[in-house]
Design a protein around this ligand. Structure first.
Ligand code: FES
Length: 368
């Protein structure tokens, strides 16, 4: 039985605390000599000049990566989205090239560091039962600590600091500047576009609605007229994302019941017109739009988690996870006989959220 000849694995001066343990394990292992060639030291292990040059090259890569990451941040603000470069978006090109180049250089630097400067000795690890013995575990920790020592992380401050700088800029710079894409902070969460005198219109045609057009038992999906209002050139005044956001809070349902079936909420005795009531279409649980209307029971059901609201009883929750009644919009009629809102909603239109009681208090103060 023979063992690999490791006699040529002497250290050229870097200190190899794991080698003696490895050799000892190797001689104890009952395997044939696999014919492994004797170890060849790398040029950087035996030539201090080459070692220094490799160290400078690695730290140079990390330094250039840092510059590219800073350029990424500058380009994000300095290059206009409309600018082009060779037919491409100049902004995308600048961001992609700088970030890609930085990542490439950091990766290449780490590889070069590991291949040319970190400790270079062969480790033989015999197979063991799944759980290592306590002794082996202790050996592993010795090897890990030796590896940390051999990487030169503590001894090569130039490489270490340039790498930490590049990683620091990578982890902080691009993520922070890209927070800008989150847009402006939301304001006036508790308000919608409804206001006193605004007509309630059909949600598809935008046509105003007269009370006589709604039959007992009927439900109509409706919107505020503001979402259909146009300027002199025929363009919607509220459009794009703003219109979508406004619609998501202002959508309503109109229902008509027999007046004698209605139990108006306190202070809401005059919020309906001839048995017609108007409620938010947004479920107070997590905000699904609702319109599953049960004519006989006067309940409206949310399809998401089955919250059920009694529209004849001020939108009270009678089943399901919703914790608040469906907000009601006070109705009136204008001089031409069309349905209008008498104010904005007086309850917050939204699913429940942590600051809801604060926003509700603001609304209560507003309508006191
Ligand atoms: S969103 Fe309506 S019940 Fe959950």
């Amino acid at each position: 039985m023979t063992t690999p000849d490791n006699s040529s694995q002497g250290s050229p001066g870097h200190g190899e605390p794991g080698i003696s343990a490895d050799l000892e394990r190797t001689t104890l292992e009952p395997i044939d000599d696999p014919g492994v060639q004797s170890h060849q030291w790398r040029p950087t292990d035996v030539d201090a000049k080459l070692e220094r040059r490799a160290e400078l090259q690695v730290s140079g890569m990390f330094g250039v990566a840092t510059i590219l990451l800073l350029l990424f941040c500058v380009a994000y603000f300095a290059v206009e989205p409309e600018q082009t470069f060779l037919g491409w978006s100049a902004l995308n090109f600048a961001l992609g090239a700088s970030l890609g180049g930085a990542l490439l250089l950091i990766g290449a630097g780490i590889i070069k560091w590991a291949k040319q400067l970190m400790g270079d000795h062969e480790i033989i690890e015999p197979r063991h039962p799944v759980r290592s013995s306590d002794e082996d575990r202790a050996d592993v920790m010795v090897d890990v600590n030796a590896g940390l020592d051999e990487s030169g992380f503590g001894r090569r401050p130039l490489i270490r600091n340039s790498l930490l700088g590049a990683i620091g800029v990578l982890s902080l710079g691009p993520p922070i500047v890209m927070l800008r894409d989150l847009g402006p902070l939301p304001k006036h969460q508790s308000l919608t576009v409804w206001e006193k005198g605004m007509r309630v219109v059909n949600d598809v045609s935008g046509a105003p609605i007269k009370p006589s057009e709604i039959e007992v038992g009927q439900l109509i999906n409706a919107e505020p007229f503001a979402l259909f209002e146009e300027d002199e050139e025929g363009h919607r005044i509220i459009h794009g994302t703003e219109a979508l956001q406004a619609k998501s809070k202002a959508a309503v349902i109109l229902v008509r019941m027999r007046p004698q079936d209605i139990t108006p909420g306190e202070g809401r005795e005059n919020w309906g017109i001839d048995g017609i009531l108007c409620y938010s279409k947004i479920c107070t649980h997590v905000g699904c739009p609702i319109s599953l209307w049960e004519q006989q029971t006067h309940n409206v059901l949310c399809p998401c988690h089955q919250s059920t609201f009694d529209l004849s009883d001020a939108g009270r929750v009678i089943f399901g996870p919703a914790a608040r009644p469906l907000p009601q919009l006070p109705l009136g009629v204008d001089s031409e006989g069309y349905l209008i809102a008498m104010s904005d909603f007086q309850d917050v239109i939204a699913p429940s959220y942590p600051e809801l009681s604060r926003d509700q208090k603001k609304l209560d103060d507003r309508y006191e």
